[in-house]
Design a protein around this ligand. Structure first.
Ligand SMILES: C[S@@+](CC[C@H](N)C(=O)[O-])C[C@H]1O[C@@H](n2cnc3c(N)ncnc32)[C@H](O)[C@@H]1O
Length: 329
C-alpha cells in the first residue's frame, strides 16, 4: 500500500492512496480540507437510505456487485481507486484503458477484469479501514491504527451501549457502529452541525442507510451527558477533563472511559483529573506505534517511512468505591 501525505494541517496521519478518478473532486465542499489529488471519496453520492448499495453492515456478505455498491479498483501496482458503481459510468484505470461499471455489476467480489487495453484490475468492496482513509474529512479523524485499540479496550460488543463526543467526520462512529452491531446503540454528541452532517453522510455512504440505532445530538458535551448506564464513553474533544464528572454519572459501574488526545499536555491534565475523581480507577495511558515492513525476495526490512505520532489513548474504569485503590500514583 503506497502512502501519500493527506491534508495539510492534519498532522496526525498519512493515508494510503485511494483516489476516485471517476468523479471530479468537490474540493470546494472541503473548506480547510483536502487539496486536489489527495485521497478522497468526494463527489460520490451517499447511497439513498435503505438502498442495498455501499458495503453494508455485513461488508457485502459475499453478494455479487450491484449498482450502488462502493468498489475499490486495484491495479497491478496495488494502486487503489474507490468509486460507486453506477449504470453507464466508466472507470479510467491508472495503468491505461477503461472499465465499464456495467461490466462489473453482477460479478463476484474479488473478480479480475481487463481494461480496454488489457490491464488486469482487481475489484473488491472497500474494507472499513480503506473507506475511513478515503472518505471526505473536514476534521482530524482517529485512524484505523488507534481505532482498533479503542474498540478492544472499550470492552464493547454487540448489543452494547456507548456514547461518543465529538463526531467529527464519523470515523469513530463507523468503527463503534460495526462493533455494537444492530442490537447495540450509539449516541454521538457534536456541537457543530456541519460536522454532524458530514459524519451522517459518511456513515450512510458506507452502510447504505442511516443506522436506526445511531443518534447524533447537536450539543456541547462539556455541558453534561444525559445518558445513563452506558458501557463506554469515547471522547475525542480538546478538553475532555471537563467531562470527567459527567462521564462518571453516565457510565455504569465497571464500564470504560476512553479518551483520545494528540498532545502530552492534554494527557497530563486528563490523567490528573481522572486520578482526582473517586469514580475512576485503573487509569492507563498508551501510544501505539505501527511500523510497516517491506517484504520481497531481495530484502526484508522495515519501511523507510512510518507515521511517527498520531495520539495517545487514555482508558479508565468506572468504580464504586468505597475508596480508590491505594496503589494509585
Ligand atoms: C477531532 S474531531 C473528532 C473526530 C472523530 N473522532 C472521528 O474519528 O472522525 C473533534 C470533534 O469534536 C467536536 N467538539 C469539540 N468540542 C466539543 C464539545 N464540547 N462537544 C461536542 N463536540 C465537540 C468538534 O466540532 C469536532 O467535530
Amino acid at each position: 500500500m503506497s502512502f501519500v501525505d493527506d491534508q495539510p494541517g492534519d498532522e496526525r496521519h498519512q493515508v494510503p492512496e485511494i483516489l476516485d478518478t471517476g468523479c471530479p473532486s468537490s474540493d470546494e465542499d472541503l473548506a480547510g480540507g483536502a487539496t486536489a489529488g489527495t485521497p478522497q471519496l468526494n463527489g460520490e453520492p451517499p447511497s439513498p437510505s435503505g438502498s442495498p448499495g455501499s458495503a453494508g453492515r455485513d461488508g457485502g456478505g459475499g453478494r455479487p456487485f450491484a449498482f450502488g455498491d462502493l468498489v475499490v479498483f486495484v491495479d497491478a501496482k496495488q494502486r487503489r481507486r474507490l468509486q460507486r458503481l453506477q449504470p453507464g459510468r466508466v472507470f479510467q484505470a491508472p495503468p491505461g484503458g477503461a472499465i465499464r461499471h456495467d461490466d462489473v455489476a453482477g460479478l463476484p467480489e474479488g473478480a479480475v477484469v481487463s481494461t480496454t487495453t488489457g490491464q488486469p484490475i482487481l475489484c473488491l468492496r472497500p474494507t472499513l479501514e480503506e473507506y475511513i482513509l478515503a472518505m471526505p474529512r473536514r476534521t482530524q479523524v482517529i485512524y484505523p491504527k488507534d481505532l482498533g485499540q479503542i474498540l478492544i479496550r472499550s470492552n464493547l460488543g454487540p448489543g452494547g451501549r456507548a456514547l461518543e463526543a465529538g463526531v467529527g467526520s464519523g470515523a469513530t462512529s463507523l468503527a463503534l457502529l460495526r462493533l455494537l452491531g444492530p442490537t447495540g446503540t450509539l449516541v454521538s454528541y457534536e456541537r457543530r452541525p456541519e460536522f454532524a452532517e458530514l459524519a451522517r453522510d459518511n456513515v450512510r455512504r458506507f452502510l447504505g442507510e442511516d443506522p436506526p440505532n445511531w443518534r447524533i445530538e447537536l450539543r456541547d458535551v462539556y455541558e453534561g451527558i444525559d445518558e445513563r448506564d452506558l458501557d463506554a464513553v469515547v471522547l475525542d474533544v480538546p478538553e475532555p477533563y471537563r467531562c470527567v464528572e459527567a462521564a462518571a454519572a453516565a457510565v455504569r459501574p465497571g464500564g470504560v472511559l476512553l479518551v483520545w488526545l494528540p498532545t502530552t499536555n492534554q494527557v497530563q491534565q486528563m490523567v490528573v483529573a481522572l486520578r482526582r475523581h473517586p469514580a475512576w480507577d485503573l487509569v492507563d495511558t498508551t501510544e501505539l506505534l505501527l511500523r510497516p515492513w517491506h517484504v520481497s525476495q531481495e530484502s526484508v526490512r522495515p519501511e523507510h517511512r512510518m507515521v511517527a505520532h498520531t495520539g495517545f489513548l487514555i482508558t479508565a474504569r468506572r468504580v464504586t468505591g468505597p475508596a480508590p485503590l491505594p496503589s494509585r500514583p
